[in-house]
Design a protein around this ligand. Structure first.
Ligand SMILES: [Zn+2]
Length: 106
């Protein structure tokens, strides 16, 4: 049984270095995370290809919009617009009914 924890992120911070006599710069937090701008503009894939209707038989495409647990992914994940998300949900449910895609992952 080990009862010790790793102390991570316990770097000292120059909290009050206003009256620092030294001329050398105090350690400034050079913490710039990699995420510069993580918001990548998502565009609706159906709008992009001018799809008028979503084919429920196109399982290869429908599979891109369901999770690994066979759930319909929300549009905030896929970037699908509201109109196509509605049609997509219907198409996926229709495909499930005719057993083209499964209800569950197993
Ligand atoms: Zn769309």
């Amino acid at each position: 049984m080990e009862n010790e924890r790793e102390m991570t992120g316990a770097e000292q911070q120059p909290a009050e270095a206003a009256s620092a006599p030294a001329a050398q710069p105090a350690g400034r937090p050079a913490f710039r995370q990699n995420g510069v701008n993580r918001k990548k503009r998502k565009v609706c894939q159906f709008c992009a290809e001018n799809a008028k209707s979503i084919d429920y038989k196109d399982t290869a495409k429908l599979r891109k919009f369901i999770s690994d647990r066979a759930k319909i992914l929300p549009k905030r994940v896929t970037g699908t617009c509201a109109k196509h998300q509605r049609e997509l949900a219907i198409a996926i449910k229709r495909a499930r009914t005719v057993a083209l895609i499964s209800y569950t992952s197993d």
